[in-house]
Design a protein around this ligand. Structure first.
Ligand SMILES: [Zn+2]
Length: 199
């Protein structure tokens, strides 16, 4: 990357490390940032350091949050007996967008994937069992993605929870098979939650 002044080269290199951003796009973004006024550039830099400094996992549901516990976990108007188990933090946002789910969540941060060496201990499964054991939870809604990994993870969790006094349900297949919860539209996801069945 010759022909770039050092600081520009550094910016291009850092931007190019982001997913989906090649060197060409990184260069374009770097020039765009260069043309921003100082205040906007500072705000952008501040937003990046801000998420790293202030965002952590909720100690209860493992959603990303800047307060402990997170806004959803601390909301007394929500149904804390019902826990929707999702793969990743953006899935929570997807269900919240439906406006129809009033329970709380549990974010696994992944799915079981033996080929990638991801076993149960890599997910927040022990914490889920602990939440169920605490006695408040009466229903676990498995909302992992309807693909191979999501299905096998749902089956595994159902097996683990089998002995415990909790109802285990799975969201309906309103979410197209092979697709992801995060990208399902709010209406589809709302119906999938409504049509959940015993698992
Ligand atoms: Zn939480």
């Amino acid at each position: 990357m010759s022909g770039f002044a050092g600081p520009i080269r550094e910016l291009v290199e850092q931007l190019a490390r982001l997913p989906g951003i090649g060197e060409k796009t990184a260069t374009r973004l770097a020039y765009h940032i260069l043309k921003m006024n100082a205040e906007d550039a500072k705000r952008l830099a501040g937003a990046i350091t801000g998420v790293k400094e202030r965002i952590a996992l909720c100690e209860r549901c493992f959603q990303l949050t800047d307060i402990q516990p997170c806004e959803i976990c601390r909301d007394e108007n929500r149904d804390h007996t019902m826990v929707c188990v999702v793969e990743q933090p953006p899935d929570v946002a997807a269900f919240e967008k439906t406006g129809q789910y009033r329970g709380v969540y549990h974010v696994l941060h992944g799915t079981l994937s033996p080929l990638d060496d991801i076993g149960p201990e890599a997910l927040r499964l022990a914490e889920l069992v602990e939440r169920v054991r605490s006695g408040v939870v009466t229903e676990i809604v498995l909302a992992t993605n309807p693909n191979k990994e999501g299905e096998s993870t749902a089956h595994y969790i159902a097996e683990v929870l089998h002995e415990l006094p909790v109802r285990v349900t799975r969201i309906a297949h309103g979410v197209p098979v092979g697709s992801e919860v995060e990208y399902a539209d709010a209406v589809t996801l709302g119906l999938a939650m409504k049509g959940r069945r015993e698992f």
